[in-house]
Ligand binder design. Structure first.
Ligand SMILES: Nc1nc2c(c(=O)[nH]1)N[C@H]1C(S)=C(S)[C@@H](COP(=O)(O)O)O[C@H]1N2
Ligand SMILES: [Mo]
Length: 411
């Protein structure tokens, strides 16, 4: 909930946006970066745009700010802070210098009917607690929504609504232990310092099942890749929910409540739900399961070719293809590449293992003849899951993990 200085952060970027309209070059540059398959209309409004402290990202919306990373930014398993995507639901984002985000005065309130008491934590209090570090992928539930067939409404993300960082913070479990949680607690909810500009828009509040809130990997982070968390990625503190989609990763988190009853709001239902039975689901959120759907929880296994774009021109002979793979935290066991439409597969070489929640790099040297070569990639994890060979359609365009297929043009 936003209480202080309800000033529009986007007063500044809207002006920048207006200035950009006069620069077709940035719209042109965005066209070149768009993921093949997103609706043609995206090309009319997307543009490369540089937010303060960031490298150019693909701006898909400005109010609220929705910016995805171009493919080149995924060539390393860690996504630098200035290349990390930005996603907001509500346009009332406090300015970087808003007192609501000031590390000296920032406070997190802890309470709820499932807590034995109430407490307030400052950033210093948080930093004084035992610190944990975890490398984890933050991926929007709707990443690749733009590739849905038929197209569905929502931000038409291509491949870039994701990033992987090393996060440092305090365990949520330790924070909850400060007040003590009743055994009747079913969920823990989270609010952030941003809020709606129009009062009829529901404020963004999300909850986790108590088991995931108490997981030792769920943390309230104040560092990202060894630096303070960037303004638009949740400064000065955000929730990290390794393995789960970005919707739970509350930015500017300033309210934590233990609840004896399920949170009932727009953002829990009808938003962010997947049909029961269509996707593999090991991490269940039973207090929110109302047939026919259930909250989206863990990310599905996925991979991306980052060395080449679809249609890339290469020289025939040896071509090194590489990319990344990730899942909901079970760990990538193998990545396989096919150049015959999926009839036969070759294991790629896996790169540095930064832990089960991180991007896992992979690479493979192919022998490419002159002409067109199709390259398909599929990841496998330690619990036997693989990517989808055909889209599992759902109206919100979530969980698109169809095996990617690109064409290389060899001369
Ligand atoms: N306070 C706040 N936290 C939020 C959101 C938001 O709108 N407000 N969006 C969520 C969603 S849907 C995603 S995908 C991630 C995006 O994180 P990023 O902007 O750091 O990339 O933040 C999550 N946390
Ligand atoms: Mo998201």
């Amino acid at each position: 909930m936003r209480t202080l200085n309800r000033r529009d952060f986007l007063g500044t970027t809207a002006a920048a946006g207006a200035a950009l309209t006069g620069l077709p070059g940035l719209a042109q540059a965005a066209l070149a970066e768009l993921t093949p398959g997103v609706p043609a209309g995206v090309g009319t409004y997307a543009r490369m745009s540089t937010l303060p402290g960031k490298k150019p990202l693909i701006q898909l919306a400005d109010r609220p700010p929705n910016y995805e990373a171009p493919l080149e930014y995924f060539r390393t398993p860690i996504t630098p802070n200035d290349e990390f995507f930005v996603r907001y639901h509500l346009a009332g984002v406090p300015d970087a210098n808003d007192p609501a985000l000031d590390p000296k005065t920032f406070k997190i309130s802890i309470g709820g009917d499932g807590a034995n008491g109430a407490a307030t934590l400052t950033l210093d209090d948080l930093k004084a607690m035992p610190a944990v570090e975890i490398t984890a992928v933050n991926q929007c539930s709707g990443n690749r929504r733009g590739l849905s067939k038929p197209h569905v409404p929502g931000v038409e993300w291509g491949y870039g609504a994701m990033g992987c960082a090393k996060w440092k913070g305090a365990k949520l479990k330790d924070i909850l232990d400060k007040v003590g949680v009743k055994k009747e607690t079913v969920e823990v909810s989270f609010g952030g310092a941003d809020g709606p500009v129009v009062d009829t828009t529901p404020d963004f509040v999300k909850s986790l099942p108590i088991w995931k809130a108490m997981d030792e990997h769920t943390i309230v982070a104040y560092e990202m890749n060894g630096a303070a968390i960037p303004h638009l990625n949740g400064a000065p503190a955000r929730l990290i929910v390794p393995g789960w989609t970005g919707t739970y990763w509350m930015k500017h988190v300033n309210a934590i409540e233990a609840r004896t009853k399920p949170l009932n709001n727009y953002w829990m239902n009808p938003a962010y739900r997947i049909p029961i039975g269509k996707f593999p689901l090991a991490a269940r959120f039973t207090s929110q399961e109302y047939a026919p759907n259930t909250p989206i929880t863990e990310m599905v296994i996925n991979s991306l070719i980052t060395s080449h774009r679809d249609g890339a021109r290469v020289k025939h002979g040896k071509v090194a293809v590489s990319g990344i793979a990730w899942d909901g935290g079970y760990g990538i066991r193998a990545v396989q590449v096919s150049t015959d439409g999926g009839k036969t597969w070759t294991d790629a070489k896996l790169g540095q293992d930064l832990g089960p929640y991180a991007f896992r790099p992979w690479s493979l040297e192919l022998s490419v003849r002159r002409g067109k070569t199709n390259v398909m990639v599929n990841a496998l994890n330690t619990i036997g899951q693989t990517q989808a060979s055909a889209l599992i359609f759902n109206g919100a365009g979530y969980h698109n993990n169809v095996m990617q297929s690109i064409t290389l043009n060899a001369a």
